[in-house]
Design a protein around this ligand. Structure first.
Ligand code: PGA
Length: 276
């Protein structure tokens, strides 16, 4: 596991964006050789998406040969609802970059047969050759995607009922009205994310500090589903100082001492201008 600690949210977002950019460029995507990226929604990745859009607009990064798979989508919310994850991804990322919309996969929370939709999503990931880099965020209760506490660590894409903590956290997007927050979602499973060749988890803010502690300093436990990634061979947690507040000083010092090594992953920042 790598734990990358940046001073604040903006620097963490930038570091994550640089890492994604370098992964894509070093892969040398081309016709018939697509880089496959798993993507999250939520407030945490917004800064990272902004930076990726900037790299794209500067001509440094293209998504022409990138396929994406989103982690989750609410059930029953119209696709064009402003808070659907379809709307989120389109407005915050896809409409600003050159991805082919056919290559941007998001679960359909209005599908007539929800489990068939989930099974088809798993199949599409498999047909794409698996996910090269799965980017995720976590909830303060340690959930990854909508794998709420108690989810099987071997779970696959499926229908989940959301935990009350998640419904409360998401109410801010629905005028603070709990009755408007969807209570069910389709989500990739922990096992689906574990199958990715590499996983990057963004964790920022003091409200996530206990979850980060549970994720890395205690054992693998389905009550903190993000802790499953202790058993993934290539996981990178990117966080800000605030998120480290519950970690031991020894842990923080150790990983900060490795920053010069971690920074080599994003410096130099590659550009497709130089590749062509
Ligand atoms: P957030 O949500 O980025 O808005 O904090 C993350 C999550 O709940 O998975």
């Amino acid at each position: 596991m790598r734990l990358v600690i940046l001073d604040d949210y903006n620097l963490a977002s930038e570091w994550a964006a640089k890492y994604i950019c370098n992964c894509i460029i070093q892969f040398k995507p081309s016709q018939g050789r697509y880089f496959t990226l798993g993507l999250p929604t939520g407030s945490t990745p917004l800064g990272c998406y902004k930076k990726l859009i900037e790299y794209h607009k500067n001509g440094d990064l293209s998504f022409k040969y990138v396929k994406t798979f989103n982690m989750d989508e609410y059930v029953g919310l119209p696709r064009n609802h402003p808070e659907s994850y379809h709307s989120y991804m389109w407005n915050n990322f896809f409409k600003h970059i050159d991805i082919d919309p056919n290559n941007a996969h998001i679960l359909d929370g209005n599908a007539p047969d929800l489990q068939a939709e989930c099974d088809a999503f798993e199949k599409k990931i498999e047909e794409a050759g698996g996910i090269d880099l799965f980017v995720g965020g976590i909830g303060p209760d340690g959930h990854i995607a909508f794998n709420e506490p108690g989810s099987s660590l071997a779970s696959r894409t499926r229908l989940k009922t959301l935990a009350m903590d998640t419904i409360l956290a998401n109410a801010k997007y629905f005028d603070g009205d709990l009755s408007k927050v969807p209570t069910m979602a389709l989500t990739v499973g922990v096992g689906t994310v574990m199958d990715a060749r590499e996983v990057m988890i963004l964790i920022t803010g003091a409200h996530k500090a206990f979850a980060l502690y549970k994720a890395i300093e205690e054992g693998v436990n389905h009550m903190w589903t993000v802790s499953a990634f202790q058993q993934h061979p290539r996981t990178i947690f990117v966080c800000d100082e605030d998120a480290t507040l519950e970690l031991r000083v020894k842990t923080v010092k150790y990983f900060k001492g490795l920053m010069h090594v971690h920074n080599k992953l994003v410096d130099p920042l590659y550009s497709m201008k130089e590749e062509n």
